[in-house]
Design a protein around this ligand. Structure first.
Ligand code: HJL
Ligand code: ZN
Length: 188
């Protein structure tokens, strides 16, 4: 998650989205300390041209290395016995985008097309604040697609400060979002 926060802080601050970082990992099944994790790709919001999201850039970067388009990334993601693909993102993948572009949950689900294992689980450090799309749908959509997710607590303040750096009175917004997230340092 710390690596994702560093990625997110490379994103150009905008009032119209959040600065998010994402990492795609190949993880061994029987490796409780995750010591055998292999980072396959990284991405951060607006890393690539256009109005791009961190998860989208993460997939795009991997696809580019394998000379396919982001839409076809499922065809080049590794399928290895005894290993699964997991994704770490600072913020819950979006289920809806004000711009109308394809949401990241859809892109994550797409990695499983053609019966491929695709992304097995998503870890994130904050639920999406209500700033743009109100109640976030990401988790529910992942669940209904059979993709596991896990909330990694303890990074809320750091993640939201980076995510909202481009927003009007960001400090106040972060405080409110922390209140939403129920972060343990919400009262500060
Ligand atoms: N998970 C995630 N990764 C990102 O890289 C990013 N920027 C968001 N942000 C979610 C937020 O809901 C959308 O940024 C707004 O809804 C505006 O939509 P656009 O970004 O313009 O498509 N969420
Ligand atoms: Zn997104």
């Amino acid at each position: 998650m710390r690596k994702c926060i560093v990625l997110a802080s490379q994103s150009p601050p905008r009032p119209t989205n959040f600065r998010v970082g994402a990492i795609l990992i190949s993880r061994a099944d029987n490796d409780p300390t995750f010591s055998d994790d292999r980072i396959l790709s990284t991405g951060y919001t607006m890393e690539l041209a256009g109005n791009t999201h961190a998860e989208q850039c993460c997939f795009s970067n991997f696809a580019a290395v394998h000379s396919v388009s982001e839409e076809e990334v499922a065809t080049v993601l590794p399928v290895e016995e005894g290993r699964k693909l997991v994704m770490y993102v600072t913020m819950e993948p979006c289920g809806k985008r004000l711009s109308g572009n394809a949401p990241c949950v859809q892109r994550i689900i797409k990695t499983r097309e053609g019966g491929r294992p695709g992304v097995h689980k998503v870890y994130f450090g904050v639920k999406e604040p209500g700033t743009f799309v109100g109640e976030s749908e990401g988790c529910k959509m992942l669940e209904s697609a059979g993709i596991e997710w896990e909330y990694v607590g303890g990074f809320e303040k750091e993640i939201l400060k980076v995510a909202m750096a481009g927003h009007e009175n960001a400090e106040q917004k972060v405080k409110e979002a922390l209140g939403e997230a129920g972060g343990d340092d919400a009262e500060q």
